[in-house]
Design a binder for this molecule. Sequence first.
Ligand SMILES: [Zn+2]
Length: 181
Amino acid sequence: MLKKKTSLILTAIIRLVLLFSSSVYAYVPLKTGYLSPSIRFAPQPSQYESALISAAAFWNAASTKVYISRDANADNTVIMGNLSDTQIFGSYTPQFLDRHGQASQFQIWINQTAVVNQTTLGKDFWNVAQSIFAHELGHALHIGDLRSGDVLMNQLRDRNKIVKPQPDDINGVNAYVYPKQ
Ligand SMILES: [Zn+2]
């Protein structure tokens, strides 16, 4: 009898743990995101801008207040260039921080060398480029890097497969973005 009770209690505890672990968030806030949910960016060069526009469209389609668009005259620049360090896929650099620590301008780099290296592993150039840009946009949207999970903000994700924001990324943006407004 006691044994049965104990096992019932154990089962209840295991269920509770599973319930909480499945609803636990992974996203982390990033203070230095951009100061507005409306983001315009200028791609340099324009050669690969269709991949960038696709990545922006993924965010625009997500359930957020975010609207990201290409504008050749925008102050925020997105540069597709060659960095010698092939371990770096991309970077987000906040510029001109406001009094809340939010960026009033930013620069994103996408390392073409790293993208090309991925294609030698059988991965698709456009998928990888979109994944990198969508990830860096996540930083502009106030979410930081993770080291695990099937999420866009995981630095170790398969960039051929995870090319757009996942539910956890979207929750992170909705929870933390533009906290001072
Ligand atoms: Zn990152």
